[in-house]
Each structure stands twice: as structure tokens, then as C-alpha cells.
Write a protein that binds this ligand. Structure first.
Ligand code: HEC
Length: 197
């Protein structure tokens, strides 16, 4: 199944305004920033000083000498606040593939967990009698347990807990059968399989 998902992204933009103001035929350079400038945001109304009060910063000044004085061009910049612009894009997601991937990952994790749990239990609780690879025949009452399939193993263990199995030494084995859960036996089975490869 494919589902259409809307993905929301927030993009932050910072804007800077730029304007260009000019004044011509200036003879007294020292007072130029007090005079009203033409063009741009100055528009014949504001001096550079006024513009600075309105948060404009001088970015560049170009001066040229003319016959009757100096011509000035000011480039002014003003940082405006950054704005957050949300954009929505529609993307097709393969739902089945996604959920399969998650399922596989989970299964893998569970296998690894179960195997390491089984290994721990087998080494601590079973190995002394049944051997490192389940190859021994304790008391000559048990076969090598590494050859049984999972169902057989599960039912043998269950039978010991219910006094329904006894080759003559069940009294030795029963406490160990009672010690482990069905899931533990799954892990023990996986462990025996892994060491008998
Ligand atoms: C103290 C020794 C000992 C320990 C520890 C032990 N077992 Fe056993 N196990 C035996 C004996 C003895 C038998 C045979 C019992 C009987 O006469 O039915 C047996 C039988 C079995 C059988 C049946 C095999 C058959 O051929 O009938 C299984 C399966 C088994 N054990 C699994 C385990 C597992 C799994 C553990 C660890 C959780 C474990 N045992 C711990 C001694 C032990």
C-alpha cells in the first residue's frame, strides 16, 4: 500500500533591504550626511543621518569630483527580521515496505536477544551435564540433546515438569526443566544450533 504523506518543512530566511541614495554638487564634504538625499528610500526627504536613525547602515560610499563640487552615492542596507516560511511537500511512502523493514528489524533483534539469553542459560544450567554442544548422554539416561528439533525439545521439557517423562533419572533433570520458560528453550535451541554448525 502506498500512502501519501505531507511533509512539513520550516525554512528560515533572513532578508536584507538595500537602497541607493545620491546627492550632487556638494562643496562642504564634512556636512554631507546632514543634507537631504535623492533617490531610493531617501526620496529627497531624508539625510543619511535620518536614515541611520531608521536602522539603515552604510554599506558603501562612492564619491566623484565634478566641476561644481562632489557627487555622492550612498548604498544603504537594513537587516529585516528573519521569517519562518513553512513549505509542504507531498511524498509517496511505500507503507508495506516500511512496515516490513520494521518487522524484519524487530525479528532480528528478538533472535539475537533470544540466542544470547539461551546461551547464558545453557552454559550456566545445562552444559555441566549435557556438554558444551549438547553432545553428552548424562547418566546414560539421556540422548545427545543437540539432535532434537525445537518441538521435541519443548515437549520433553514440558513432560519433565509434569512427571510425564522418566528414563530412570528424571529426578535429576526435573528441577532444570522447571527452571526454564518456553522462550528460554527457544533460545537454548538456537544456541545449540549455532554451536553445532
Ligand atoms: C545435573 C545434570 C543435568 C542438568 C544440569 C541438566 N540435565 Fe537434562 N538431563 C539430565 C538427565 C540425567 C537426563 C535423563 C533423565 C531421564 O532419566 O529421563 C536429562 C534429560 C534431558 C532431556 C531429554 C533427553 C532424552 O533423550 O530423553 C532434555 C531435552 C534435557 N535433559 C535438556 C536439558 C536442558 C535444556 C537443561 C538446562 C536447562 C538440562 N537438561 C540440564 C541431566 C541434566
Amino acid at each position: 500500500m502506498k500512502i501519501l504523506a505531507s511533509i512539513l518543512a520550516l525554512n528560515i530566511f533572513a532578508f536584507a533591504n538595500t537602497t541607493m541614495c545620491y546627492i550632487n554638487n556638494i562643496t562642504d564634504i564634512s556636512t554631507v550626511e546632514n543634507k537631504k538625499f535623492e533617490g531610493g528610500e531617501c526620496a529627497g526627504k531624508y539625510s543619511i543621518k535620518d536614515m541611520k536613525k531608521q536602522s539603515w547602515n552604510v554599506d558603501d560610499i562612492k564619491i566623484s569630483k565634478k566641476d561644481n563640487g562632489f557627487n555622492f552615492i550612498y548604498i544603504l542596507k537594513k537587516e529585516t527580521k528573519s521569517v519562518v516560511v513553512p513549505t509542504v511537500s507531498n511524498t509517496e511512502i511505500d507503507y508495506d515496505k516500511l512496515s516490513n523493514n520494521i518487522k524484519n528489524k524487530e525479528e532480528q533483534n528478538n533472535k539475537v536477544k533470544s540466542l544470547s539469553n539461551g546461551k547464558k542459560i545453557y552454559i550456566n544450567k545445562c552444559q555441566s551435564c549435557h556438554g558444551a554442544k549438547g553432545e553428552l548422554t548424562p547418566y546414560n539416561r539421556s540422548e545427545a540433546i543437540n539432535k532434537f528439533d525445537l518441538d521435541t525439545l519443548q515437549s520433553m521439557m514440558r513432560d519433565y515438569t509434569m512427571d510425564e517423562r522418566d528414563n530412570g533419572s528424571a529426578i535429576v533433570m526435573k528441577p532444570y526443566a522447571e527452571l526454564v520458560s518456553k522462550e528460554d528453550i527457544d533460545g537454548i535451541y538456537e544456541y545449540l544450533k549455532s554451536v553445532n554448525k
